[in-house]
Design a protein around this ligand. Structure first.
Ligand SMILES: NC(=O)c1ccc[n+]([C@@H]2O[C@H](COP(=O)([O-])OP(=O)(O)OC[C@H]3O[C@@H](n4cnc5c(N)ncnc54)[C@H](O)[C@@H]3O)[C@@H](O)[C@H]2O)c1
Ligand SMILES: O=C(O)[C@H](O)COP(=O)(O)O
Length: 529
């Protein structure tokens, strides 16, 4: 039975789902060395933001097939290292959207009405009504930085409170912003005009320290800043100084450059600063949502099914995947054949989706062809997760075309051409109505053969006696021929011979075949049909 390690607190609903197919160990707060020590035992790892999945952890996780992040941010996972090792990384992109958005709103209101400080004051036996006079958010300007899932929900709620909304998001259209009641503006204008600024962006090289001393200097003196996105987007020293000096009205932070926060200039700030310990996603509802979402994906991947929210393989919903599955098999077979025919060092792969197939998303089909193409070199190390990265790192140029006008097979056909040390070779294939693969073209010669574990291809002159000679030669090595077919364009011109063999070809026989009069070239292909 598969084994799954749960290394952060996850709702029981998720653990129950994984337990249907695997043994689950819950071990939280593991020191890194301990995690590295035990990870080889596990097929899957499920976590939240508390566990750091470094390249070392991934390297040690020799049995890992999937890492499931019960939440959105995967910045605590070395996704590149996981991809390189063929480990699928999944998350729950929407399970905690509402929770995080509501936390941002709660922070904005808590800050405006000084609720945390007022609460503490009452508990200290005081009654300081004058000290805690706040502000209304009604008719104030809220600047939303990042108009994705969480930013959009914050905008909707803020609009209901009749706030004026500005938004900055270079990847969102003005129409979408408008539909959400926001005016899309540049960052400087948002800084200048906003009474409240709320951040809902990922931490990237572009967003790191976005709110620094220079940015703070552009804002209104009473501005209140909310960060429920990621630590490191705000320069914590700069914001602590601005608060201490009264240069901004307040800040409410849920996330920090280093978590847990520990020693920080932020803890020195006396008032107008609300801090929560990364609670954005911590609602009962969100925790059930993310646990179920990710647990289902872990269960599916362990059962050999696709994951719906993989961050390191082309996103596909299960219905599309189900429809494409036979074509992925076709693409992988053709990629394997083209790769072996073209020889070891492949530098270019041309893929043409033809007929009906051209109406589909080509990305998964390309990945499947690349998986086949690299299978000779990487064997079981290559999979759907790392095929594209491996190809990119080997400098393989991928050219994709679509031609919906081809009308040869009802489901369409796929043409794969690889250029490598043996020159350019192409294979075309299609699916029969029962889902069986047919190779329909080899190096532009029409053929019609099913793939077979051991195949021999020759390029030769179409002349009497040549088929017999190859048959006798194979017979002399005790190689049984299962089927044979010749493809030619003109009588007595160039032709290809395709032989399906029951046995692997012994060493050296290929060279002998190329010496037969009329044979120009010969290739073998090994498949796993
Ligand atoms: N505090 C928490 O517990 C908590 C919970 C959930 C999510 N989050 C964090 O909240 C953030 C937003 O999550 P989401 O689900 O809305 O993500 P999302 O991907 O739906 O939205 C992010 C938005 O940021 C925009 N963006 C990217 N780079 C930008 C840039 N340089 N400038 C401006 N906009 C930029 C994108 O276009 C996108 O619209 C993420 O960082 C996520 O990790 C935190
Ligand atoms: O990225 C997220 O989903 C949030 O930061 C929540 O993190 P958590 O699951 O550790 O609460």
């Amino acid at each position: 039975m598969a084994k799954v390690l749960v290394s952060d607190p996850i709702d029981q609903a998720g653990i129950d789902i994984i337990s249907q197919v695997a043994e689950v160990d819950v071990k939280t707060k593991l020191p890194l060395e301990e995690l590295i020590k035990i990870i080889p035992e596990y097929d899957a790892l499920m976590l939240r933001s508390g566990t750091k999945v470094t390249a070392e952890v991934i390297q040690a996780g020799t049995n890992l097939k999937i890492i499931g992040r019960a939440g959105v941010g995967v910045d605590n996972i070395d996704v590149k290292a996981a991809t390189r090792h063929g480990i699928v990384v999944v998350n729950s992109p929407e399970g905690n959207t509402i929770a995080a958005a509501e936390h941002a709103i709660a922070m904005m209101l808590a800050l405006s009405r000084q609720i945390p400080d007022a609460n503490q004051s009452v508990k200290n036996g005081k009654w300081e009504r004058k000290k805690f006079v706040g502000n209304e958010v009604y008719k104030k300007t809220l600047g939303v930085v990042g108009l994705g899932k969480i930013g959009a929900h914050v905008a909707k709620v803020a609009r209901a409170m009749e706030m004026k909304l500005l938004a900055y998001d270079p990847f969102v259209s003005a129409e979408r912003a408008e539909r959400l009641g926001c005016s899309l503006v540049d960052l400087d204008l948002l800084f200048k005009e906003s009474d409240y600024i709320t951040l809902h962006i990922p931490k990237t090289p572009e967003t790191a320290n976005l709110i620094n001393a220079k940015a703070l200097a552009k804002m209104k003196p009473q501005v209140r800043i909310i960060n429920c996105a990621r630590g490191g987007i705000i320069d914590e020293t700069a914001i602590a100084e601005a608060l201490q000096a009264g240069k901004i009205g307040g800040a409410a932070l849920d996330v920090y450059a280093n978590e847990p926060l520990g020693e920080s200039p932020l803890t020195e700030v006396g008032s107008n600063l609300v801090l929560t310990p990364h609670l954005g996603a911590s609602t009962a509802e969100a925790q059930v949502n993310v646990a179920i979402d990710v647990a289902e994906q872990i269960r599916d991947v362990l059962l050999g099914l696709p994951a719906r929210s993989a961050v390191n393989i082309p996103g596909l919903n299960p219905d599309v995947m189900e429809k494409l599955r036979p074509y992925l098999r076709l693409a992988e077979t053709l990629g394997t054949m083209a790769g072996q025919l073209a020889g070891g060092r492949i530098d270019e792969l041309n893929i043409r989706l033809q007929g009906e197939l051209a109406n589909n998303d080509s990305q998964p089909i390309i990945v499947a062809a690349l998986k086949g193409l690299l299978s000779e070199a990487l064997r079981e190390r290559v999979n759907y997760v790392n095929a594209a990265l491996e190809a990119q790192e080997r400098g393989i140029r991928v050219i994709e075309t679509k031609d919906s006008s081809t009308r040869d097979y009802s489901g369409g056909s796929l043409h794969v051409e690889a250029r490598g040390s043996n020159g350019k070779h192409s294979v075309t294939g299609a699916l029969l109505s029962e889902g069986e693969i047919r190779i329909t073209n080899l190096d532009e010669f029409p053929i019609n053969v099913p793939p077979n574990d051991h195949m021999l291809f020759t390029l030769h002159r179409d002349m009497p006696g040549i088929i017999g000679k190859i048959g006798s030669l194979l017979g002399s090595y005790n190689v049984n021929i299962a089927s044979m077919q010749v493809g030619r364009k003109i009588v007595r011109g160039e032709a290809v011979m395709v032989l399906s063999l029951d046995d692997p070809l012994p060493e050296g026989i290929l060279q002998e075949i190329t010496k037969v009069d009329g044979i120009r070239d010969a290739y073998t292909v090994k498949l796993s049909v």
